[in-house]
Design a protein around this ligand. Structure first.
Ligand SMILES: [Zn+2]
Length: 302
């Protein structure tokens, strides 16, 4: 059996949209074009297709940047319209966010997004209603559940493999039916659940540990869903963060490891197979039907 394809994704937003910085940066310089170009160059050199979860407002502001990503064959999906986390929204406001972001993306690419990632991984027990809204809006997959509880987000005990969530109990697998697939962010080792999902974790942790985490998931037949932000590859953003007045801890979380992240990504691309989220979600649905007949449900994966 060949190793499963992993999901490579990028959340496309301004560096100063990060929750820890958004209030502190009043006159930000835009680094979006250069940041996206760095990422596209790396992907092109490794001949890899990825998913870009784009903030709708950014697609309105920089249609050229989003068009460039789409034109090189990558998937464009939704990261909300305003980058407000779901914690600040109700059902109706979330449905509006989805609609506005889909329209903004469609206006640039000619296609509506089929996948969603919540700003700040804000699909948690508190905002579990989101799954139902996504299904109603016709989304085919969601990749917002971080299956480790952290101070800012996460759901302890949520499945770590792709699954079709039950709309009324979204951290449980649906008995049958339902099209929406959840692609949870990568965590390593079911006992301790160490996040190896990219972003801050990839800037903080040694590369060998990320590789081991992904290899461990793949050895169990599970894809690792990895995320980054284009700005995390741009050294100019590291400099900009250090010029802000935010406290040292927040500067650390926002900018630590920016200089080395490109090498980390390249090491992962050399070793593992990556695909778009849409491709992996589609494969999962197909395999899942097959599984139900031929393989008993694996225990201990939650
Ligand atoms: Zn984001």
């Amino acid at each position: 059996m060949s190793a499963p394809a992993n999901v490579l994704s990028f959340d496309v937003e301004h560096w100063h949209s990060a929750t820890l910085l958004s209030d502190a940066v009043t006159e930000p310089a835009s680094h979006i074009e250069r940041s996206v170009d760095i990422v596209l160059d790396v992907l092109d050199a490794h001949d890899v297709q990825a998913t870009f979860f784009v903030v709708g407002e950014l697609a309105r502001e920089h249609p050229d940047v989003v068009a460039r990503i789409a034109d090189t064959g990558h998937e464009i999906a939704s990261h909300g319209h305003t980058h407000r986390p779901l914690f600040d929204l109700d059902r109706e406001a979330f449905a509006t966010e989805l609609e506005r972001s889909a329209t903004a993306i469609h206006d640039v690419t000619g296609a509506a997004p089929v996948g969603f990632r919540a700003p700040n991984f804000s699909v948690t027990r508190r905002t579990r209603w989101a799954i139902e809204i996504l299904e109603a809006a016709g989304y085919r997959y969601d990749s917002s559940v971080f299956p480790v509880r952290t101070p800012m987000y996460g759901v302890s005990g949520a499945p770590i493999r792709p699954y079709r969530p039950d709309a009324t109990a979204p951290f449980e697998e649906r008995a049958e039916g339902g099209r929406l697939v959840e692609l949870p962010l990568a965590v390593f080792h079911p006992r301790f659940r160490l996040p190896v999902a990219g972003g801050f974790y990839a800037r903080l942790l040694p590369t060998w540990l990320l590789r081991r985490g992904i290899a461990t998931l793949n050895a169990r037949g599970l894809p690792a869903t990895i995320y980054f932000h284009p700005w995390e590859f741009n050294p100019a953003v590291g400099t900009a963060v250090h010029r802000t007045s935010v406290p040292a801890t927040e500067r650390f979380v926002s900018a630590h490891g920016i200089d080395g992240l490109r090498a980390t990504l390249e090491a992962l691309l050399d070793e593992f197979r990556f695909e778009t989220a849409e491709t992996v979600a589609r494969e999962y649905v197909r395999d899942d039907r097959h599984d139900r007949v031929t393989r008993p449900k694996a225990g201990g994966q939650r």
